[in-house]
Design a protein around this ligand. Structure first.
Ligand SMILES: Nc1ncnc2c1ncn2[C@@H]1O[C@H](COP(=O)(O)OP(=O)(O)OP(=O)(O)O)[C@@H](O)[C@H]1O
Ligand SMILES: [Mg+2]
Length: 253
């Protein structure tokens, strides 16, 4: 049975796209077939971590949503990024969103059929025989966010230790509960090293009555990589990569 995993955050820049790419890659390294869809149509980003730019993207999610192609035509096999960490069965596939100015302005102007997006998810899963489909999202709550919350088996909410994130996450947790998301997990990102991580985990778990799957520190190494690759593939022995492994394990459990 395939699983749909949505990565959300109420506010922008929390680390959704980096988390999506890293956790998806970590699961693919365990011999699973993993897909990623960039549903952040107004401000796409996850393709950058796979080394894609405008020229390299022929077909995108936009073409599918505007009924110009099948979803399979917008799928890029990015398994080679796993290099020697791929094992038998490993597969990693990406459906990027367009970064063309005209396409982004069309998305903002005309919107699109959210139901068709859901059909695309299912088709992607079936055609590529995915074990996991990761949905990277636009921050905040909007129509697509609600759709992805509705269709997800697992929702991972990314937040920073910041009062604005705390309040916004409370809203999203509430919505996810009402939509009866089967499994809800939190990921705290960009925590300062001086914090007591165990205490932070306990506080946040108590406040939201939700499991904190991991805490990632604000890291100069991540900043230095600057979305120029997938951190856990570049630095497999780094403490951050170990936290990613733990989160991947909780998603696969
Ligand atoms: N633990 C970390 N330490 C330092 N920098 C980080 C960390 N995690 C992510 N970043 C940086 O934060 C920025 C935002 O990350 P990312 O694009 O993954 O967030 P996002 O939630 O997808 O943003 P958006 O809401 O704009 O889509 C990137 O420059 C990334 O390199
Ligand atoms: Mg993003």
């Amino acid at each position: 049975m395939s699983k749909i995993v949505s990565i959300h955050s109420y506010r922008g820049g929390t680390g959704k796209s980096n988390s999506t790419a890293n956790i998806a890659a970590a699961i693919a390294c365990k011999g699973k077939r993993v897909g990623i869809v960039d549903t952040d149509l107004p401000s796409p980003g996850v393709h950058v971590l796979f080394g894609f730019d405008e020229e390299r993207m022929q077909r995108t999610l936009n073409d599918f949503l505007w009924r110009r192609c099948a979803i399979a035509d917008a799928v890029y096999d990015v398994t080679s990024i796993l290099k020697n960490r791929a094992i038998s069965g490993s597969g990693l596939f990406l459906v990027p969103s367009s970064v063309k100015v005209n396409d982004i302005s069309r998305v903002l102007r005309e919107r699109y059929d959210v139901e068709l997006l859901n059909e695309g998810f299912q088709d992607f899963i079936d055609t590529l025989k995915l074990d996991y489909l990761f949905i990277d999202t636009h921050p905040g709550l909007n129509e697509e966010t609600l759709l992805s919350l509705t269709v997800s088996d697992i929702v991972l909410l990314v937040l920073r230790p910041d009062q604005q994130d705390f309040q916004g996450t409370a809203v999203t947790v509430d919505v996810a509960r009402r939509l009866k998301v089967p499994k809800l997990l939190l990921l705290i990102n960009k925590a300062l090293m001086e914090y007591d991580f165990a205490q932070l985990k306990e506080q946040v778990e108590k406040a939201y009555d939700t499991t904190v799957s991991g805490i990632l520190p604000e890291s100069e190494d991540v900043i230095r990589l600057a979305s120029n690759g997938i951190f856990c593939l570049n630095y497999p022995d780094h403490p951050i990569s170990r936290v990613i492994e733990t989160i991947a394990g909780q998603i696969m459990r």
